[in-house]
Design a protein around this ligand. Structure first.
Ligand SMILES: Nc1ncnc2c1ncn2[C@@H]1O[C@H](COP(=O)(O)OP(=O)(O)OP(=O)(O)O)[C@@H](O)[C@H]1O
Length: 864
């Protein structure tokens, strides 16, 4: 149960008072509008075939699906002891103390709020006249931007399900997070308690929707649309289809520092962007980092995020997050500003990336608490001293001594191989001036700021305040200072050495930036995180500008929308730049840039921080080169991915051939994927394009042959990027073919392997040159051996495992939601070009670390 401490209480948080974020008990009694049940959803649900006989209803697939969901919902919503250990939440936030009246929450109240329209959607239960509970499904979400049809469930968090959905008439895929709004009466709470909990949850949902709808960052999963019905919130996010970071780690074990750095820089970029917009995530953990098709990270789940203020007397007091990633001050129930708890969690994430395990672990909760509070970390000796140093600066138990994001981003480990710190992609801003834009004010909803007049009055007060005006003057002075010293010069005079000396005193004076405000401590910078109201004003205004411009601003290219307004009239929208977001690249050739990879991050908008520029900013400044003309730079290339994939331990592979460049055996195929030097990237890119062309020709030839001739081998050779439409088709077909039954499929059936390309590469836990039937047989052997229930589905296996006490491993035992059951898929994917099969794991539900332990065990047992 959530426990509220009195303001400022610094008492130890009793362990039993911890709880998951307010979770709903099983849904049983709420009447649901009589909705037509969609066939395709039934199929999709029924295609989740791991249900045990005890969970199955005799009345066929529909009932089975209903039971399934009810069971899943039920098991998830019970307050399992481990849940209580995993996430905890105490309700008493700054926002709750904010202005009394709340504007309408962000999101669109759908017709579903009217029961008679039957527009509520998603999964929910319905108690019939006979008292039996039935699950109802809705297949289409009538979102403001169009109708979205559900395809299948792709995730399950503590707040609800996440389903893949497709916009009708398009191939656009979204991940729809479905959150219930009202808790049913399970007899455990009084009506008042329930209502209070629902109201608090509603505030959180509104805030999550409001926050994610405003954020605009390439490493943050963007909200496409948002719908609220009587019973549910539907948040339609961009679909991130490269898998979870967790799977990546299961696949690769610990990452090489170089690879971890790339991800860490992206996380830092996103987190710093949030902080400079007065937003703290509060639930940073490995599960909330997904990987996109292009190999970049996307942070998800802002369900626990909130606004923060640098003011001492406006500290946050909600203690939430995942225990393994939680800062010690949260365990001690101490009020906190905000960013420092994210820095700690980020430190834990970084440790997981480079070590493949959590830094603090104990199966006995009080001991785990003690370890976190003590902050003693065992660093493996193979970790570089710079990496150790950075993590040790992030995992400082005293939040005042802990590294700031500024320090993290400028740490030598972060800079290694790069020209500067990660870019946070903040749009260029100017200090606010009066009058304020009423349209912007009217859209500042979802945060309980109060009515527009109140917001206007408060903002005016802040802008006129001596503190703000002094900050503006300081900024102006900063901007008048001469240009910063070139980066090379920084290196020459020993920047790295200086860094260590002043690590605890990073202030505005330490920053290398002369023209930017970004080195200023939070609260001194009038442009970033000065005050939550001001930050939200900027964000809303920027969002409106994007919408007015009617173009999707390409996050990887600067556009005029990010240019400073030409006058003090900062509300005036800048004329749209003719930048239309290019369609996401799908082909290998398209995403392999012909450039070295060490300047990893895409050149983005014109930045306010000059010292982080990866390219000279002069041309932009002088107007010689339009910012829109700067080509994006990306490290995350297919070549890079494949190269990394190929550098994995392949002891079991055939001996080296003449193609081997470094004495190690190459992976099968004509081209060596073992190139390690950066200079090889370009060559690889060319080779890959050539190979792709050749393979396409071969595939075309194969398609002209008769059906039997289109053998297993040619299926292997088909090298083609799967489009989203095909992905949808295959997902739907998967539901149709498997139908939730245990029916045996011919092992040679090409449908048994899912032709996933880049998507699969990221989560490939292991690859094999062995024929598909052998791989499948081996997986089945291992699953049976480990007592995992499974059903064959298209492209792999749907698995369910209930860990027994005997199975308990020395692994982190708690972390996220979920009952005992671990639900996951093992997909066999094709790795393009090189005719390999990869085994991909995908967690659907269950305890993260139990899942990780199991997946790793399966990988170990496989003889691929
Ligand atoms: N945009 C997305 N694209 C693809 N998969 C997603 C997306 N968003 C969420 N998921 C999947 O759904 C899962 C749950 O999502 P999310 O973390 O947002 O839910 P939650 O209820 O807030 O979870 P938690 O209990 O971890 O806080 C994720 O772990 C991920 O596997």
């Amino acid at each position: 149960m959530a426990t509220t401490l009195s303001s400022g209480a610094a008492a130890e948080l009793p362990i039993r008072s911890q709880s998951v974020r307010t979770r709903r008990p099983p849904t049983t009694s709420r009447p649901e509008p009589p909705l037509p049940r969609s066939e395709s959803t039934s199929r999709a649900e029924a295609s989740r075939p791991h249900r045990r006989s005890s969970q199955r209803s005799a009345s066929g697939a529909t009932a089975a699906a209903a039971t399934t969901t009810a069971t899943a919902t039920s098991s998830r919503h019970h307050h399992h002891p481990s849940q209580q250990q995993q996430q905890y939440h105490q309700q008493s936030d700054m926002s709750a103390a904010a202005a009394a009246a709340s504007a309408a929450p962000h999101g669109h109240a759908a017709a579903g709020d009217d029961h008679r329209n039957g527009a509520d959607a998603g999964t929910s239960t319905h108690r019939s006249a006979t008292g039996t509970t039935k699950q109802r499904y809705r297949t289409v979400i009538p979102a403001p931007s169009g109708n979205y049809a559900f395809i299948k469930t792709i995730g399950q968090g503590s707040m609800g399900k996440v389903k893949l959905a497709k916009k009708e008439g398009t191939n656009e895929l979204v991940a729809c997070k479905i959150i219930e709004r009202v808790s049913p009466d399970d007899g455990r709470q009084s009506r008042e308690e329930r209502e209070k909990a629902d109201a608090a949850r509603e505030d959180r949902n509104a805030r999550e929707a409001a926050i994610v709808s405003l954020l605009n960052h390439q490493y943050i999963c963007g909200l496409r649309d948002n719908l609220r019905t009587r019973w549910h919130w539907y948040m339609l996010f961009e679909y991130v289809n490269g898998g979870q970071m967790l799977d990546y780690i299961i696949s690769h074990g610990k990452l090489k520092e170089k690879q971890a750095r790339k991800f860490a820089r992206q996380i830092a970029s996103a987190v710093d962007y949030c902080h400079r917009n007065s937003i703290v995530h509060r639930d940073l953990k490995i599960e909330n980092i997904l990987i996109s098709k292009t190999g970049d990270i996307k942070i998800i789940d802002f369900g626990l995020s909130n606004l923060f203020s640098p003011e001492e007397d406006r500290k946050l007091k909600t203690y939430c997050g995942s225990l393994y990633f939680a800062a010690p001050e949260l365990l001690q129930a101490r009020p906190y500003t905000g960013p420092e708890v994210d820095v700690w969690s980020f430190g834990v994430v970084l440790f997981v990336l480079v070590c493949g395990k959590v830094p603090f672990d104990d199966q006995y909760m009080p001991a785990l608490h003690q370890k976190i509070k003590k902050g003693a970390v065992d660093y493996p000796n193979w970790l570089s001293s710079e990496c150790k140093h950075l993590i040790s600066r992030m995992l400082v138990t005293d939040p005042k001594q802990r590294a700031t994001m500024h320090e993290v981003m400028n740490h030598p480990w972060m800079l290694k191989g790069y020209n500067g710190p990660p870019d946070n992609y903040l749009p260029r801003r100017e200090p606010l001036t009066l009058p304020l834009d009423p349209e912007v004010i009217s859209q500042m909803t979802g945060f309980k700021f109060g009515p527009p007049e109140y917001i206007t009055a408060e903002l005016t007060k802040r802008i006129k305040s001596p503190k703000y005006q002094a900050a503006v003057r300081r900024l102006e002075k900063e901007r008048e200072r001469p240009e910063p010293i070139p980066k090379d010069a920084e290196k020459k005079r020993g920047f790295g050495f200086d860094f260590y000396k002043r690590r605890n005193s990073v202030t505005s004076k330490d920053t290398l930036t002369a023209t930017s405000s970004e080195g200023l401590p939070l609260g001194d910078d009038p442009l970033n995180a000065f005050d939550p109201l001001i930050s939200i004003y900027y964000l809303v205004r920027e969002k409106l500008e994007r919408e007015r411009n009617h173009v999707h601003i390409d996050l990887q290219q600067p556009s005029k929308a990010q240019q400073p307004p030409s006058s003090s009239q900062t509300q005036m929208p800048v004329p749209p730049s003719p930048v239309v977001r290019p369609k996401e690249k799908h082909s290998l050739a398209d995403i392999v840039p012909p450039q070295p990879v060490h300047n990893a991050e895409p050149r983005s908008r014109q930045r306010t921080r000059s010292h982080s520029e990866d390219q000279p900013r002069e041309p932009i400044k002088s107007g010689l080169l339009s910012p829109d003309m700067i080509p994006p730079k990306k490290e995350s290339t297919a070549a890079g991915i494949l190269r990394r994939l190929s550098t994995r331990d392949r002891r079991k592979e055939p001996p080296a051939t003449a193609n081997s460049t470094d004495g190690k055996p190459p992976i099968r195929g004509s081209m060596s994927m073992r190139a390690k030097s950066l200079g090889h990237a370009r060559r690889e890119s060319i080779q890959m394009r050539r190979a792709k062309r050749e393979a396409e020709a071969a595939a075309q030839q194969a398609s002209q042959t008769t059906e039997p001739q289109r053998s297993y081998q040619s299926h292997h050779q088909s090298v083609r990027e799967e489009t989203d439409a095909e992905l949808v088709d295959s997902d739907v077909r998967a539901g149709e073919t498997s139908g939730g039954s245990n029916e045996r499929l011919e092992p040679e059936d090409p449908d048994l392997v899912k032709p996933v390309f880049l998507k699969g590469i990221f989560s490939v836990s292991t690859t094999s040159t062995r024929p598909l039937p052998e791989i499948r047989a081996d997986i089945k052997r291992v699953l049976r051996m480990l007592g995992v229930d499974f059903t064959e589905i298209k492209g792999g296996f749907s698995c369910l495992h209930t860990p027994s006490i005997n199975h308990a491993e020395r692994q982190p035992t708690v972390m996220t939601e979920g009952g005992n059951d671990i639900e996951f898929e093992i997909l066999i994917v094709k790795v393009p070009i090189v005719s390999l099969h990869g085994v991909q794991f995908k967690r659907l539900a269950g305890n993260t670390w139990q899942y990780k332990a199991l997946a790793e065990k399966i990988v170990r047992e496989l003889r691929l």
